[in-house]
Write a protein that binds this ligand. Structure first.
Ligand SMILES: NC(=O)C1=CN([C@@H]2O[C@H](COP(=O)(O)OP(=O)(O)OC[C@H]3O[C@@H](n4cnc5c(N)ncnc54)[C@H](OP(=O)(O)O)[C@@H]3O)[C@@H](O)[C@H]2O)C=CC1
Ligand SMILES: O=C(O)C1=N[C@H](C(=O)O)C[C@H](O)C1
Length: 225
């Protein structure tokens, strides 16, 4: 698979290393410095673009890749309120977009477990809260994963879930869901030990998306609820 990396920071570099080990070819490495020099024709040399940049750059980047007619896998967080317009754009262009606030298999199973736990406790007097911790270079808060987790649990419990964000050096990503009643507290946590799960998931999504059209996320790839 020929891959263009759009965003070449912590995630772009990690994916580059794993892709090369897997026998894929990285044909373009794009960051803020060279973004304006890359042409649509160059983008079209890739089978798929993997986008991990910045919240304020993601939408323009996605539109750019769609205009080139190349499938795009997006890991950047902090732009999801614009997913409805982008979905229309993908449909109109007969394009392919795969997005996920978190590409790791563990987190996506964690979302299912959170849904089940919340459903089991519904009506029993429990109130949910979420806490997330990430490295200090992270520019968005709350994390995309915490927002997805909140959405999953809010669908079940029907009340808004407060999220607390912490920033500490070198933390790849930790999320804790707490369900508290006057009697006891249940906690469901996911701790990433490195960025490997995110990078492997993004590469799996790229392979899966190559021959498809439409808008997809990890539920489609993994078949989770
Ligand atoms: N979905 C998931 O599983 C995961 C999502 N993320 C998300 O991915 C995003 C990136 O994370 P991370 O790699 O850690 O961030 P970094 O800050 O390490 O890297 C960001 C990269 O984007 C580049 N960039 C900035 N502006 C543009 C632009 N307009 N076009 C192209 N590239 C640009 C930067 O270039 P320069 O260095 O020149 O400024 C840099 O190479 C974040 O939103 C983060 O939350 C992170 C991990 C997992
Ligand atoms: O910025 C990060 O690093 C991460 N961002 C994603 C998020 O906002 O949830 C995924 C992961 O937690 C790491």
């Amino acid at each position: 698979m020929k891959i263009a990396l759009l965003g070449y920071g912590k995630m772009g570099r990690y994916i580059d290393r794993l892709a090369t080990e897997d026998g894929d070819e990285v044909v373009l490495r794009i960051d803020a410095d060279n973004r304006d020099t890359v042409t649509v024709a160059q983008l079209q040399t890739a089978d798929v673009v993997i986008e991990f940049s910045r919240p304020d750059a993601a939408v323009a980047n996605i539109e750019w890749v769609l205009s080139a007619g190349v499938p795009v896998v997006v890991g950047t967080t902090g732009w999801l309120e614009q997913l409805p317009q982008l979905t229309e754009r993908v449909t109109a262009a007969n394009g392919a977009l795969f997005w996920a606030s978190n590409f790791s298999i563990g987190v996506n199973i964690y979302f299912s477990a959170a849904r089940q736990l919340a459903a089991a406790l519904r009506g029993q007097g429990y109130t949910a809260t979420i806490e997330e911790t990430h490295h200090t270079e992270k520019v968005d808060a709350p994390s995309g994963t915490a927002l997805t987790l909140a959405e999953v649990v809010e669908e079940v419990l029907g009340h808004r879930i407060p999220i607390t964000s912490h920033r500490e050096p070198d933390v790849p990503g930790t999320h804790v869901l707490r369900l508290r009643s006057p009697i006891d507290t249940l906690e469901l946590a996911h701790t990433a030990h490195s960025r490997e799960g995110f990078a492997r998931g993004a590469l799996a999504a790229a392979r899966w998306l190559r021959e498809r059209k439409g808008v997809y996320t990890m539920r489609d790839l993994l078949g989770t609820d």
